[in-house]
Design a binder for this molecule. Structure first.
Ligand SMILES: [Zn+2]
Length: 411
């Protein structure tokens, strides 16, 4: 598993990252000299790029997670399809078993018929044989007695007419015997034919049963194969679930690393803020593309809510995409987005003096970055709670908004 060893390496890297961050947080002393300021600034920038690298890594992991999730879903679908197929096969096996049961019943019934027919055949043969024996006996006695028999009949009868009559009777008797024999023979032939037919029918039933049993066996074999496939899918799915868990753990670890670095950055920024001294120089005009003030600092009617509201800065209705400049030297201590400010930048100028720039269409600086007076930091826009393109510019001293006119000069 190449993934796992890679992940372990990354985790180890993350752990080293945390140690470095902790070390750097503990190092600086109480007094921050000018040299230390640039060291801290460098350290903040390094940490910012560490955070960026961590976030890129997180994105890579998130992509992996979504890939693995997709694979897992596919596997689950295949497994479910296969399970449905096996259920169908189970039903087929049950149907075949029912069919085999039916055929067994038919075969038993057919065998009973055959037994019955065999018995009838034996009886018919017995009757035929008895008839044959009787006939043979009569014929034999006629022949044994030879001419004497006829003479006797001649003498015991009265006259030639009677003799002829007797001869006729003997003939009649022979005829009757022959007819009876032939009739019994027909019965025997018929019953024999019936038996043959029944036996051939039974054979067909046996063949059908054999075919059904073969089909059942083949279906059961198929079920076994499919169940093995299902098990292999299940193992694969469990594998993917384990991988997902590892990825989630790694994400959490990286989040922890980022939180640690951010904490260290905040600590360093607060040290910088304490070290930075505002020298009292004049601010530059932060939106050079527009010189008039479209909304003043202080209490005013809010353009959206129509209520009397405190306006924490000045609005400069510069065109969208025009430059926003850093009013003075400082450190970017906030660069991001929120629903009310839109894209914003906050710059710390030292001595607890800060400037805030809102509603930008694009940010050109990032948190922790050093900027100098007149440097491009963002582009004018209308993001956040805004009715049109403009720069909202605020000045904050010791945590409270103050009038920007104490720091900027109207050009
Ligand atoms: Zn405003």
């Amino acid at each position: 598993m190449q993934n796992k060893s890679m992940m372990k390496k990354m985790m180890k890297g993350a752990a080293i990252g945390i140690s470095i961050v902790l070390l750097l947080t503990l190092l600086p002393g109480k007094n921050v000299s000018a040299d230390n300021v640039s060291d801290i600034q460098k350290s903040i920038q390094e940490k910012q790029s560490q955070i960026k690298a961590e976030q890129e890594e997180k994105n890579r992991i998130k992509n992996n997670i979504s890939d693995v999730k997709k694979l897992k879903e596919q596997l689950e679908k295949s497994k479910n399809d296969l399970s449905a197929y096996v259920t169908e096969l189970d039903r087929t096996v049950m149907e075949i078993s029912d069919k085999i049961d039916g055929l067994n019943n038919d075969i038993t019934a057919k065998q009973a018929e055959i037994d019955q027919t065999k018995k009838e055949l034996e009886e018919a043969i017995d009757i035929k044989d008895a008839q044959y024996a009787a006939m043979k006996k009569r014929v034999q006695s006629i022949y044994e007695q030879g001419d004497d028999y006829y003479l006797e009949i001649l003498f015991t009868t009265h006259g030639f007419g009677d003799f002829l009559n007797s001869m006729e009777n003997i003939n009649k008797l022979a005829d009757y015997d022959a007819k009876m024999y032939s009739r019994y023979q027909e019965t025997v032939d018929y019953v024999e034919a019936c038996e043959e037919k029944l036996e051939s029918e039974e054979e067909s039933l046996q063949e059908l049963k054999q075919a059904a049993e073969d089909e059942k066996k083949a279906t059961e074999e198929l079920i076994r194969t499919k169940e093995q496939e299902i098990q292999s899918y299940q193992a694969d799915i469990a594998n993917k679930a384990a991988t997902l868990q590892e990825y989630e753990a790694e994400l959490a670890a990286r989040d922890a690393v980022i939180a640690e670095i951010e904490k260290a950055v905040a600590a360093e920024q607060s040290k910088l803020a304490q070290a930075r001294v505002y020298d009292g120089g004049a601010f530059c005009w932060p939106a050079p593309a527009y010189v008039r003030v479209s909304s003043e600092y202080g209490y005013r009617i809010h353009p959206i809510y129509g209520t009397q509201k405190f306006h924490s800065g000045v609005d400069l209705a510069a065109p969208g995409g025009s430059d926003i400049l850093a009013a003075y030297n400082g450190t970017v201590v906030g660069a991001g987005y929120n629903a009310s400010m839109g894209n914003y930048v906050i710059i710390d100028h030292g001595n607890s003096l800060m400037t805030i720039y809102m509603h930008a269409s694009k940010l050109l600086v990032s948190n922790g970055q050093e900027v100098s007076r007149g440097q491009r930091i963002a582009l004018v826009g209308t993001t956040g709670n805004s009715t049109g393109n403009h720069l909202h510019f605020s000045v904050k001293l010791n945590g409270s908004y103050v009038s920007p006119w104490g720091y900027i000069n109207h050009p």
